[in-house]
Design a protein around this ligand. Structure first.
Ligand SMILES: NC(=O)c1ccc[n+]([C@@H]2O[C@H](COP(=O)([O-])OP(=O)(O)OC[C@H]3O[C@@H](n4cnc5c(N)ncnc54)[C@H](OP(=O)(O)O)[C@@H]3O)[C@@H](O)[C@H]2O)c1
Length: 351
C-alpha cells in the first residue's frame, strides 16, 4: 500500500511574528482504504502556497472567506490532483481535478466529496496542470479582474501603472495584463536585481525598481515622468506610502494586498497614516477594497481571456517550484520572504 503523508500546523507563530518552518510538521498518515459513496480518492499533484495563508495561522483570520487552520490538523488551500478511485459517475480514474474553496489538504492521498471538485479540461492546460493554480487560477483572475474592475484603464491615453510585488504571482501577471489592456508605461517594484532584470527583459515592463537597494521616490520620478495613473498595490506599508504620494489627481489604486503587514497584529485592510488619507482625499484618488472572490460571475469569461493570451504567447507565467510535500511549509515561508519568482508552487507527485 502507498505511503501517505501530510503537513500539519504544529504551532501558531503569534499574530505579531514572522512564521517559520518549525510552525509546520510533516507526518505519515493512513492511506484512505475505503472510499465512501459520492467521494473521490485523489493523489495531490501540486499545492499552491499563498500570502492569505498567513492569517490562517492565527486563531482568528480577521476575514470572512477563510477559517483558521487547526493545530495538529493538515493545513489546506488550493491544489490540483489526479483521481485514483471514484465513487461517483461524474469522475473517473485519471481525471485531473481542482477545488476552489481553500479546503484542499496538504496531503498526498486524500478523499474528497464530489461536490467540491471541478474537473480540469485537458484542452485548457495540456500536461501543465499547475497552470490552474497560477495564470489560469486565482492569481490570473486577481490580476485581470483587479485591473478591469478597479484600474480604470483607458487605452490610448498614455497611462502609467506602477505594480508593487511585481515579480510575484499576481504582480508579474498584473503588469503584463495592464500593458495588454492599454497602459503605455508599466513600472514594477520588487525585491532583487534579478527580479528587476526579469521584469524588464522577459515580461516587457518599461521600468523596474529594487525597493531594497534603490531610492524608490527618486526612481519613480525617473520612471514615471508623466506621473502615476494607476497603482496595483500588493504590499502596502511604507513602500505604498511613497508610491501613493506621487500619484496624480483622479488616479486609482487597486488595493490587491498588503503583504508588508501580514506579520503584524492589525486588521485587514490595515489602517494607513492620516497624511496618506488626506492626500487620497485632496487628490480624489480611489482606493476601494478589492477581493477577487466578489467577482465570481466574471471568472468564466476572464479565464477564456487569460487562456487566449497564454496560447498566443502574450502572457508569460513564471513559476517557482519546490519539490515534495515535505517542502510545503518551507515553500510558504520562502514565498513570504520573496524567495519566489512568479507563482510559488509545490510539486507533490507525478500523475
Ligand atoms: N485581493 C485579492 O482578491 C487577492 C487575491 C490573491 C492575492 N492577493 C494579494 O496579492 C498579493 C500578492 O499575492 P501573490 O499570491 O501574488 O504573492 P507573491 O507576490 O507571489 O509572493 C509574495 C511576494 O511579496 C513580496 N513581499 C514580501 N514581503 C514584502 C514586504 N515587506 N514589502 C514588499 N514586498 C514584500 C515578496 O517579493 P519581493 O522579493 O518583491 O519582496 C514575495 O515574493 C498579496 O498581498 C496577496 O494577499 C489578493
Amino acid at each position: 500500500m502507498a505511503v501517505n503523508k501530510r503537513v500539519v500546523l504544529r504551532e501558531r507563530p503569534g499574530n505579531d511574528n514572522e512564521p517559520t518552518e518549525d510552525n509546520f510538521a510533516v507526518e505519515e498518515c493512513p492511506y484512505p482504504t475505503s472510499v465512501p459513496a459520492h467521494h473521490i480518492l485523489v493523489k495531490t499533484l501540486y499545492l499552491s502556497v499563498d500570502p492569505y495563508m498567513r492569517c490562517r495561522m492565527n486563531s482568528k483570520t480577521g476575514v470572512t472567506y477563510v477559517s483558521p487552520w487547526q493545530l495538529g490538523q493538515p493545513a489546506d488551500g488550493i491544489g490540483v490532483g489526479v483521481v485514483v478511485e471514484s465513487k461517483h459517475s461524474n469522475f473517473t480514474t485519471g481525471d485531473i481535478v481542482t477545488m476552489e474553496n481553500f479546503m484542499w489538504p496538504w496531503q498526498l492521498y486524500v478523499t474528497l466529496p464530489k461536490e467540491r471538485l471541478t474537473k480540469i479540461e485537458k484542452s485548457l492546460v495540456g500536461d501543465h496542470y499547475s497552470l490552474v493554480l497560477g495564470v489560469l487560477g486565482l492569481p490570473g483572475l486577481t490580476a485581470l479582474l483587479g485591473i478591469r474592475e478597479k484600474g480604470h484603464v483607458v487605452p490610448g491615453t498614455n497611462q502609467t501603472i506602477v505594480v508593487s510585488g511585481a515579480a510575484g504571482a499576481c504582480g508579474s501577471l498584473a503588469g503584463q495584463i495592464a500593458r495588454l489592456e492599454g497602459c503605455a508605461n508599466v513600472v514594477g517594484i520588487c525585491g532583487s536585481d534579478e527580479k528587476c532584470q526579469y521584469l524588464l527583459q522577459e515580461l516587457g515592463f518599461s521600468g523596474a525598481i529594487n525597493y531594497k537597494t534603490e531610492n524608490v521616490q527618486e526612481r519613480l520620478l525617473q520612471t514615471c515622468p508623466s506621473g502615476i495613473d494607476i497603482y496595483f498595490d500588493n504590499v502596502g506599508g511604507d513602500l505604498s506610502t511613497v508610491v501613493i504620494k506621487q500619484m496624480k489627481p483622479n488616479s486609482h489604486i487597486i488595493l490587491c494586498g498588503q503583504i508588508a503587514l501580514y506579520n503584524k497584529d492589525v486588521p485587514y485592510p490595515p489602517p494607513i497614516p492620516q497624511d496618506v488619507l488626506d492626500y487620497l482625499q485632496e487628490n480624489n484618488i480611489t482606493r476601494e477594497r478589492y477581493l477577487v472572490l466578489q467577482f465570481r460571475e466574471k471568472f468564466p469569461e476572464a479565464l477564456i481571456q487569460l487562456a487566449k493570451w497564454v496560447q498566443a504567447g502574450k502572457l508569460k507565467f513564471p513559476e517557482t517550484i519546490a519539490e515534495g510535500i515535505e517542502q510545503t511549509g518551507a515553500a510558504f515561508i520562502s514565498m513570504m520572504k520573496g524567495g519566489n519568482l512568479g507563482k510559488q508552487l509545490v510539486r507533490v507527485s507525478d500523475p
